[in-house]
Design a protein around this ligand. Structure first.
Ligand code: MG
Length: 326
């Protein structure tokens, strides 16, 4: 059993703007495991607004692999040890979790969804993301979205209504809206959500800053659209609290620590009657293919990342009729 770590910069086709800011790409770390002729990969994606960096991820994975990884102990023991091995480091843990699932699935000659005990059917619609931009940029992105049946629009800036109107001049496809915490008061958020409810928007993600818990409870009671938590929810332990202010959760492997925790988080969300979006950071085909293994359990998938990038080093996932295939 050998392992190797590598750093990578995943570049966007166009600068990507959300309410947090604009960037040209995302730092990644890949973990490669080799054992008895099998080769398996894991990925950590590290957008700049999160605390982990390539250095912290490499340091963590080096410590974990050297001190705590013995393949003869089996997947379940290793996954439990990974979660208990130091606090935090969720993207690093997701990287190791993905690589381990890929390796053990290969060793058993089964797909990862089967190793997880998850069905492969039916699969939900996958969104195509329209980042913030001027009218011309949004029109270009809508052309790129051809074939998708559901669009995800990034809001939370100064010209939200103009973005929606520009999209509606071109298409009547259903939309979901992600404010990325960009609306600052509950009243402003409700006003925008009421506007969006008249624009064939299916749900709204993270309307308010993540610390505004009581405001979210107020908004949940009044909102005409389902509200999904993203920045407000990280791990399975957070699900109970966010169920008070939201109708759904965005489960991302990089937030919660990988596939095992993602599965646990989806089950916890269903226990509280919540909708589930299986989402992603900007990730290559490695991370997206991993998240897709859980997608049959979700209401929607937000797994279009590799299509928005120009140097995905892994096989491009297959999107057909608006669905990411397994
Ligand atoms: Mg989001």
């Amino acid at each position: 059993m050998t392992f190797a770590l590598s750093r990578y910069y995943l570049e966007f086709k166009e600068p990507f703007s959300i309410a947090h800011g604009t960037r040209n790409g995302t730092d990644l770390v890949f973990l490669k495991l080799e054992h008895q002729g099998f080769v398996a990969w894991g990925e950590a994606s590290l957008p700049p607004y999160l605390p982990e960096t390539q250095q912290t991820v490499c340091d963590f994975l080096e410590r974990f692999m050297v001190r705590a990884f013995d393949i003869s102990e089996g997947l379940e023991v290793l996954l439990n040890r990974l979660m208990e091995f130091e606090q935090g480091n969720y993207a690093a843990k997701a990287c190791a979790d993905i690589a381990m699932h890929n390796l053990f699935a290969q060793m058993q000659s089964i797909p990862v969804w089967q190793l997880l005990g998850v069905p492969d059917y039916p699969l939900p619609l996958c969104t195509y993301t329209i980042g913030m931009g001027d009218k011309a940029a949004i029109r270009r992105k809508l052309i790129d979205a051809a074939g998708f049946k559901l669009l995800k629009v990034k809001l939370g800036g100064e010209n939200d209504r103009e973005i929606i109107r520009t999209i509606r001049e071109e298409t009547d496809l259903p939309l979901c809206a992600d404010a990325n915490q960009g609306w600052h008061t509950k009243e402003a958020a409700l006003e925008m959500i009421n506007f969006l409810a008249g624009q064939s928007v299916l749900f709204v993600e993270q309307p308010l800053p993540k610390y505004l818990h009581s405001e979210m409870k107020w908004l949940k009671e009044k909102s005409p659209l389902p509200l999904y938590a993203d920045e407000s929810v990280q791990t399975p332990a957070d699900v109970k609290q966010v169920s008070e202010g939201f109708h759904g959760v965005n489960v991302k492997l990089m937030k919660c620590g990988g596939l095992a925790q993602g599965l646990k988080m989806i089950r916890e969300a269903r226990n509280y009657g919540l909708h589930v979006l299986i989402g992603s950071m900007s990730e290559s085909g490695c991370g997206i293919t991993a998240a897709a293994q859980l997608s049959s359990l979700a209401d929607y998938a937000d797994l279009d990342g590799p299509l928005l990038t120009k140097n995905n080093p892994f096989p491009m996932p297959v999107y057909k009729n608006g669905i990411l295939e397994l």
